[in-house]
Design a protein around this ligand. Sequence first.
Ligand code: CDT
Length: 315
Amino acid sequence: MPRYLNVALGQLGPIQRADSRNQVVARLCELMRQAHAVGAQLIVFPELALTTFFPRWYIEDEAEINSYFERSMPNADTQPLFDLSRKLGVGFYLGYAELAQESGGEVRYNTSILVDHSGQIIAKYRKVHLPGHKEHEPWRRFQHLEKRYFTAGDGWGVTQAFGGILGMAICNDRRWAETYRVMGLQGVEMVLIGYNTPVHNAPAPQHDDLSLFHNQLSMQAGAYQNGTWVVGVAKAGVEEGVDSIGGSCIIAPSGEVVARCLTKGDEMAIARCDLDFCAIYKRTTFNFDLHRQPHAYGMIVERKGETLAADGSPL
Ligand code: CDT
C-alpha cells in the first residue's frame, strides 16, 4: 500500500498593511476548509503569512517593528486556525515573524512551524538564508531588509510526521542546493517552503522577467537531486504597491510539477503525494551512500565565497 499524503497549497493573495491578523487568519481558515473538503491532510501556507511583508520598509521605531512579530504561538489571533486544524484533522505549515525570548534578550527570527492533525506544533524552523541588505538603501524602489530585522537560524532538521520524513525551508533557502542536501542526507521525503518573492529584484532588474522561472527551477532541481517531494507556496500579487510572484506548486521526486496554483490570489490546490515514490530516486541515481564523494566536497563548508588569485584565476 503506497504511503499517500494529500497535501494542499494554501496560497495567499496580498496582505495590506491595514489588514488585521483576524482578517488574515479567517482567510487561512477558509483555505483550510477548502483543503479539507477535497481530502487534504496537510496544508502549506506562505512565509510571513500573518502580516504584510514588512521588510520592504525601513522602520526605525522598535515598537513598530515588533508589531509585525508574534511573541507566542499559538496566540489569541492564531488560535482559531489551530482549533480548526484539530476539528478537521488537517495539519499545516505556517510562516510568521517570531520574537523569541532568549537568555541574551529578545531575538527576531523569520520562522515556520509544522502543526500536526491534532493542532499541536511538532516542529519549528528558523530561516537560514536571509536575503537583501542591512542598511537603508533609498535608491531602491522598495527595501528588502531581512538582514536587518532577522537573525539567521542554525540549520535544517527533519521530522517524522504525516507518515513520512518532512522538512521545512523558507523562501530564499529554496535557491540554495545546500538547503535540500542537508535534509536529503537526513532522508527527507517532503520539503515544505513558503515564500514572498517580489517580481522586481533591485540589484538585478534584468532578472525580473525570469522570477517565476527561477522559482520553479530551484525547487525542481532540489526535488530531483534529493529524491524528495517539494511543496512551494507563495504570498502573491500586489501588496502595498509591490508585485510578488505566484507560481505555488507541488513537485514530485522526478522533478515534475504535479499541481500548481493558477492565480495570484487566495487559492487552494491539492495533490496526492506517494511518499514511496522517493525511494526509486534515493536507491538509484541519488543513492548517496553509493555515489556521493564527500572527500571532494570540503570546500563547500570550508569556504563562504569565491576565492580568486590576483589574476582572477581560482586558488
Ligand atoms: N522572502 C525572500 O526570501 N525573498 C527573496 C527575494 C529575493 S532577494 C531580495 C527570494 O529569494 O525570493
